[in-house]
Design a protein around this ligand. Structure first.
Ligand SMILES: Nc1ncnc2c1ncn2[C@@H]1O[C@H](COP(=O)(O)OP(=O)(O)O)[C@@H](O)[C@H]1O
Ligand SMILES: [Mg+2]
Length: 238
């Protein structure tokens, strides 16, 4: 069998004396859509920050595309094919919507394809088309999430990493954003999705990990976990 695109083994992450991630193993196959769910404070964001290099791992190894990320700085990881939309979105507030989208493609030279892909993103998110020349920071949280997702897609990543794309958004915005996430997955993007909205996350992915207090406590097919009584009671509010 081919090796996974992403393979995390034995990952520990500390904030000083506090251990946020405890010996975590997680893998994502090429073309797979995987979610990491868990309550607030479980360690999901810390895991993603170790993956993107924003936090140092205190133990363990992260292999991406067969290569260890140890010693590779955060700013060098996008060129390897990692794109993350962080919690809180992280758009460039004073740059226009168009400039933000173009920034996502800054490592690419295929300008005709970039133009086509920007047009596709504006078709998916007409909210952005109306605001193309406006500063991104003036938009609503939902519109900024659309922009952040569009910007990440323009990098044409090997692995798209989303941290809580539904957080703080109105239900109608969440629905639009997840429609596009679903479409992008159908087109073959590999996805690692962190979500507190476990129901939504389990619906758009094939495989899931459940994290609690820094550890993976359960993993399996999303369709199995969505019917698991323990998962339903703890994460689906049933
Ligand atoms: N900057 C920080 N300093 C100290 N502790 C932190 C910091 N960020 C997160 N933590 C702690 O690490 C744990 C995991 O947090 P986090 O990874 O943000 O969880 P999640 O994304 O699952 O909500 C929590 O106990 C949190 O309080
Ligand atoms: Mg988080």
């Amino acid at each position: 069998m081919a090796e996974p695109l992403l393979q995390i083994t034995g990952l520990d992450v500390h904030y000083g004396a506090i251990q946020a991630v405890k010996s975590l193993d997680l893998s994502v196959e090429d073309g797979e859509h995987v979610t990491l769910i868990g309550s607030n404070g479980a360690g999901k964001t810390s895991t993603l920050k170790a993956l993107t290099g924003l936090l140092a791992a205190s133990a363990g190894d992260i292999l991406f595309n067969g290569r260890s990320l140890r010693g590779i700085a955060a700013h060098e990881r996008p060129a390897l094919g990692l794109a993350m939309v962080p919690e809180g979105r992280g758009v460039f507030a004073r740059m226009s919507v168009l400039e933000n989208l173009q920034a996502g493609a800054h490592l690419r030279r295929d300008s005709a394809a970039i133009r086509d892909e920007i047009a596709q993103i504006l078709d998916w998110f007409p909210h952005l088309r109306r605001r193309l020349q406006q500063p991104a920071g003036l938009m609503s949280g939902g519109e900024q999430q659309m922009l952040a997702l569009g910007r990440a897609l323009l990098a044409r990543p090997r692995l798209l990493i989303l941290d809580e794309p539904s957080m703080g958004l109105a239900p109608v915005m969440v629905e639009k954003i997840f429609q596009v996430i679903g479409e992008v997955c159908r087109r073959g993007m590999t996805l690692l999705l962190v979500e507190q909205n476990a129901r939504l996350a389990l619906q758009v992915t094939e495989r899931a990990y459940v994290m609690d207090s820094g550890r993976i406590v359960l993993d399996g097919a999303s369709s199995t976990l969505i019917n698991d009584p323990q998962v339903r009671a703890a994460y689906l509010g049933e």
